[in-house]
Design a protein around this ligand. Structure first.
Ligand code: NDP
Length: 254
């Protein structure tokens, strides 16, 4: 019988203080994981920890800026000193900057790539020694429908999210020897701060998403909990290098 139990496991969720990250963090805490909410905004981090604690879960907050290697290392050190090590990493921190490609400054392009892709890589490097020490681990990288499709106004974001899938495959191959499984999750359209901004900036986005999604609704952050638990648990020990859409059928629609 496959086990989805995460008691005794320690999970870091970057950007775990809201939206999809918090939805996944809550799911992991519900099945017993000790969770580290890692984000830049200390007030949001503390609020997320309170929510998890209020429903009986175990969580702490750690400030991190994923673009700084030293900050990623400090996040892992704080986790080790509180919980003894790291078993699960969810690379969820991400931003978008919607504009036509000819209008990007180099700094704007780099910021999206740095946070969404390089930041995820730095966190993978930072947790690796602890996962090896504990005999294995689970890394879940958050991609997007923009890992598969693209749009005129999200070139940097699509490049970063396409990169997330390929990085996950490469790490899955490299770290299988260490019993570390690495997978990407590709959320469809989920109602969060990020997409609320998107709906203000892109005319008709709300209706287009509803029309194309077979489930005929936007996703809720709680819809991401199940895939998080599965990919973090022993139930997925033979699943690695995949990219799994969680999208109400959006990517299946012709
Ligand atoms: P949110 O804006 O709610 O979450 C983004 C999170 O990333 C915040 O918690 C933010 O923390 C954190 N973050 C951003 N920059 C950094 C940084 N430099 N260091 C540490 N944390 C950082 O949006 P979502 O929940 O929607 O997005 C979460 C992930 O899901 C992103 O990777 C996004 O691309 C992806 N995604 C979202 C979809 C959707 O429909 N919502 C669809 C597909 C993918 P803080 O506030 O503390 O800065």
């Amino acid at each position: 019988m496959a086990s989805f139990d995460l008691h005794g496991r320690v999970a870091i969720v970057t950007g775990g203080n809201g939206g999809i990250g918090l939805g996944m963090a809550r799911g992991l805490a519900e099945v017993g994981a000790s969770v580290v909410i890692a984000g830049r905004n200390a007030d949001k981090n503390a609020e997320a920890v309170s929510k998890i604690s209020a429903s009986g879960g175990q969580a702490i907050a750690v400030d991190v800026d994923v673009v700084q290697a030293s900050s990623c290392q400090a996040m892992v050190e704080a986790t080790r000193s509180q919980y003894g090590g790291v078993d699960i990493l969810i690379n969820n921190a991400g931003i978008n900057n919607r504009k036509q490609p000819e209008d990007y400054t180099l700094a704007e392009w780099q910021q999206v790539l740095d946070i969404n892709l390089t930041g995820a890589f730095l966190c993978c490097q930072a947790v690796y020694p602890s996962m090896v020490e504990r005999g294995g681990g689970k890394i879940i990288n958050i991609g997007s429908m923009m890992s598969i499709f693209a749009a005129s106004f999200t070139v940097a974001y699509a490049a970063s999210k396409g990169g997330i899938v390929q990085m996950s495959k490469g790490l899955a191959c490299a770290w299988a020897k260490d019993n570390i499984q690495v997978n990407a999750v590709l959320p469809g359209w989920i109602d969060t701060d990020l997409t609320r901004r998107g709906r203000r900036e892109v005319d008709g986005l709300h209706e287009k998403v509803l029309a194309r999604t077979p489930a005929a609704r936007w996703g809720d952050p709680g819809d991401m909990a199940g895939i998080g638990v599965f990919l973090a648990s022993p139930a997925s020990d033979f699943v690695t290098g995949t990219a799994i859409p969680v999208d109400g059928g959006y990517s299946a629609q012709g």
